[in-house]
Design a protein around this ligand. Structure first.
Ligand SMILES: C/C(=C\Cc1cc(O)c2ccccc2c1O)CCC[C@H](C)CCC[C@H](C)CCCC(C)C
Ligand SMILES: C[S@@+](CC[C@H](N)C(=O)[O-])C[C@H]1O[C@@H](n2cnc3c(N)ncnc32)[C@H](O)[C@@H]1O
Length: 222
């Protein structure tokens, strides 16, 4: 239901945003890459396409149920889709990653940073497991309250008049009612850049997508 609602409610655009995040992560053929808070694996599968059969892809999530869903999706993929390497599904905490320092050349995090309980800690762990020269792309809703009050207003309107009623019709209103307050608590793009630099990244740039309602924080480790 989560995947289907994402398609319907974003008019399929979330797939475009996820492809942009993978592109901006800098994942290249043969790389070892990580998808943090992978959920049902949307970004993990896209990373697999980017690194190809010689690459290595790890999807991490602390929900065993989401990982089981992702692993089943991998089994259900058509054989010709098997151009990607076998994906590794790891149950773990983004705040205490079970990987050595400098383990990955690139990483993604899709709609996860806003959901962790300690954003600075998550950025520090991401920095630690990236190799020097590595990069990551962190896709999430954009808290546009400072940069674009119009985008903030439209986002709030759509969440309240389209998203939550649609979720209510499917019996999952409570989960989707969480979105607006979580976005209001989420650091703005500028603040995310500052947090990333504090975590040790040499470069941090926040780009907006979806008419300012989504954002991607791109970070680079020297
Ligand atoms: C893929 C998307 C959201 C993932 C997502 C993240 C969460 O933290 C959740 C928490 C609780 C419930 C659900 C989620 C969740 O789905 C983004 C697209 C799906 C959104 C639900 C749609 C939101 C519509 C936007 C306000 C604006 C649409 C942009 C416009 C079509 C250009
Ligand atoms: C909204 S879903 C996003 C899933 C996927 N990245 C996507 O783009 O569809 C957020 C995911 O983050 C996971 N998550 C939240 N906090 C986490 C943490 N501290 N460590 C690992 N996973 C976490 C949840 O279990 C959930 O699967």
């Amino acid at each position: 239901m989560y995947d289907r609602l994402n398609d319907v409610l974003s008019l399929g655009l979330h797939r475009v945003w996820k492809r942009m995040a993978v592109k901006w992560s800098g994942a290249r053929p043969g790389d070892r890459v990580l998808d943090l808070c992978c959920g049902s694996g949307d970004l993990t599968f896209l990373l697999g396409e980017a690194v190809g059969p010689r690459g290595q892809v790890v999807g991490l999530d602390f929900s065993g149920a989401m990982l089981a869903s992702a692993a089943q999706r991998e089994l259900d993929r058509p054989r010709f889709d098997r151009l990607v390497p076998p994906l590794q599904w790891v149950q773990g905490d983004a705040l205490d990653l079970p990987f050595p320092d400098a383990s990955f050349q690139a990483a993604t995090m899709g709609y996860g940073l806003r959901n962790v309980t300690d954003i600075p800690r998550a950025l520090q762990e991401l920095y630690r497991v990236l190799a020097p020269g590595g990069a990551a792309a962190i896709l999430d809703f954009n808290n546009a309250v400072e940069d674009s009050p119009v985008a903030d207003g439209v986002q709030s309107f759509l969440l309240g008049t389209v998203v939550v009623p649609a979720a209510r019709a499917l019996g999952v209103a409570e989960q989707y009612e969480y979105l607006r307050p979580s976005i209001q608590r989420f650091p703005t793009g500028r603040k995310q850049e500052a947090l990333a630099l504090q975590a040790g990244f040499a470069q941090a740039t926040h780009y907006t997508l979806g008419f300012g309602m989504m954002g991607v924080l791109v970070v680079e480790k020297r």
